[in-house]
Design a protein around this ligand. Sequence first.
Ligand code: 6PG
Length: 252
Amino acid sequence: EKGFKKVEVFSKEHLAVSLAYDVAQLSNKFTKERGAFTVVLSGGSLIKYLRKLVEPPYIDSIEWSKWHVFWVDERVVPKDHLDSNYKLAYDGFLSKVPIPAVNVYAVDDALPADGAADVYETNLRRLVKSNVISTSNSGLPKFDLMLLGMGPDGHVASLFPEHPLLKEDQKWVTFIKDSPKPPPERITFTFPVINSSSNTAMVVTGEGKSSAVYSALEDGQKTDKLPVELVSPEGELKWYLDIGAASKLFKD
Ligand code: 6PG
């Protein structure tokens, strides 16, 4: 049986407040339970919704030394490039919190897409073996918290509508060279890994995303599923929507 799903709608300000509260609670819980907290970041607008975590009370109360940070997807560009998800996260979040540098698992930007994906997967396997990352019943990495965004076309990570990678069920981390959203070359977690998480936050804002949100949450009839509709984690899934993103949900 699949996990529990919750949907909440906020003003943009309260979304950041509520997300920070929930992340801090989870950090506390996992730090106590297993002495580590594994968090997967996305690119895009997600990072700015983490802004309350770098302020009091959280900046002082969270046990940042226990955090281990990963990326659900990354663009194949140098780490200081404007398109880099690492740079986005570093500038907006990681540079402001005392997470040990060795616990920040950036994608190797010296490698081509295929090599970078392989190395990232090898690293995940090592961290699963050493129990830094928990393991699901089927032996997949079970992250404590997966922070996802969604594009207006319903993509999550770098898993795009109608792309063959939606069906990838062997690799944990793979690469794409024909991303419809630039830049074209990316590496990405696959659905088996995304869906093994203990907790998933789906952070979606803006009216441009309201149709995809509607498809995912209300429209159960379709056979062609958007990538976001394939997010069906074993653990808890919570949607954080703003009023714009939720605007098609409560009509008729
Ligand atoms: C990426 C992101 C991506 C993102 C969505 C939503 O590298 O493109 O990780 O998966 O989460 O595209 O982005 P926005 O929140 O900026 O719309």
